[in-house]
Design a protein around this ligand. Structure first.
Ligand SMILES: [Zn+2]
Length: 401
């Protein structure tokens, strides 16, 4: 399987992921390497907590120095390769910096990234990162520092020389190698077309072009029902605090992970196809900058819709960059209150049940989500309100009629 997915928005790098075939020797060696990395991570957690209490800094430079000391003091740690151990310190520092940033930004607790915690032996999934000097590719095989050789299933060519690789095990026990390569760019010819996109629950995307709306895909009721069933099983068999998980619980967890993975793959596939079509047909794209809230009181349907929107938005951003399209993210505040026609703002937010937007200032009537999609275009500066709207107005009025 290959999933070119970008690391972060705007990083200019893509990940290409391939299944690994693992010999028992390689597996055993990798797991020992992971144990050492996990120990380093846990040391970082302990040290940074102590530093916090003493009101001292605990940055990656300090932890790097500590690693040298730990390696000098423990022969078994020294027997492991230094590259993944140094990388896990990077990961730890990044994860801690993110948590600190969210605290500083005063995000509500539910939306904050948590402080890095101890990784427990049976709970933490193995992840090892190797930079360029820690691996090489030879005759189609992946050689990691420390004499570990892995067989990669090359389901697709690597488009460029990778700068790093992450070797990890997923929730259903499969191993993967995920290579970081520079993101491909293949600019498409300009066509002078612009599109506004609004995200929603019922329609994943409502756009200013009727032919490009994306209905919310149900991904088979069957898969969703099965997932719910396994999740109920897990809830029933949930181990008490401090007790080991039962065999039945672990089985239900594995099954749920499997179904979930299938749904996620279908979701990504649909999103990618749609993003491809949008970027091919429009060279200016105004998109609502949707950010899921993960509220505890959110319904399952809302959570599922949020996950679909996030995945679709990510695919669109990546695809637009790849094809050199002008994509602008629009802040979502008041987009349901503004008129996409004249720019006037209503005094009160429309209730969700109200599916039509009727402007009291200019008299324009359009379906609520279509109006919001129009607002995206105006807000992104792609169409000034009230100017050059003939084509759009017609399509909106046709729908409203
Ligand atoms: Zn208006």
């Amino acid at each position: 399987m290959t999933t070119p997915e970008e690391d972060e928005e705007g990083s200019g790098h893509a990940r290409h992921t391939y299944r690994l075939r693992m010999s028992s020797t390689a597996l055993a060696t990798l797991l020992v390497e992971w144990d050492r990395c996990r120990w380093v991570w846990n040391q970082c957690v302990a040290e940074s907590r102590a530093a916090h209490k003493a009101k001292q800094e605990c940055g990656p430079a300090k932890l790097d120095k500590m690693l040298t000391g730990w390696r000098a003091g423990h022969e078994w740690l020294r027997e492991g390769t230094s590259v993944p151990q140094q990388q896990i310190i990077r990961d730890f520092a990044r994860s801690r910096a993110k948590a600190l940033k969210d605290i500083k930004a005063r995000l509500p607790i539910k939306q904050r990234a948590g402080m890095p915690r101890f990784k427990k032996k049976d709970l933490a999934a193995p992840t090892l990162n190797y930079t360029r000097r820690g691996f090489r590719l030879k005759n189609g095989r992946l050689h990691l520092a420390g004499g570990i050789t892995l067989t990669v299933v090359w389901s697709r060519d690597l488009p460029a020389d990778p700068s790093s690789v992450r070797v990890y095990r997923d929730s259903i026990g499969h191993w993967y190698a995920s290579f970081v390569v520079p993101a491909e760019t293949r600019p498409l010819p300009e066509n002078g077309q612009a599109i506004g996109i609004d995200w929603g629950v019922k329609e994943t995307a409502t756009t200013t072009s009727d032919g490009h709306d994306l209905p919310h895909h149900q991904y088979g009721r069957k898969a969703a029902d099965r997932l719910a069933r396994y999740q109920r099983k897990m809830a029933r068999r949930k181990p008490k605090r401090g007790q080991a998980a039962s065999k039945g619980y672990r089985k239900a967890k594995r099954q749920a992970a499997k179904v979930y993975k299938k749904i996620a793959r279908q979701r990504q596939d649909t999103a990618r196809k749609w993003a491809k079509r949008v970027t091919a047909d429009f060279d200016q794209i105004a998109v609502e900058d949707f950010r899921p809230k993960f509220l505890a009181k959110s319904t399952m349907a809302r959570k599922a819709a949020d996950a679909v929107i996030s995945a679709t938005k990510r695919e669109l951003i990546n695809m637009a960059r790849k094809h050199g399209r002008d994509l602008r993210l629009v802040h979502p505040a008041h987009t349901t209150m503004d008129c996409g026609h004249c720019g006037a703002r209503t005094k009160h937010a429309l209730p969700l049940s109200e599916r039509t937007y009727a402007c009291t200032a200019c008299g324009a009537i359009s379906p609520r989500d279509k109006n919001s999609a129009c607002v995206m275009l105006v807000r992104a500066g792609l169409i000034p309100a009230g100017v050059d709207r003939v084509r759009l107005d017609r399509s909106l009025n046709d729908r409203a009629a």
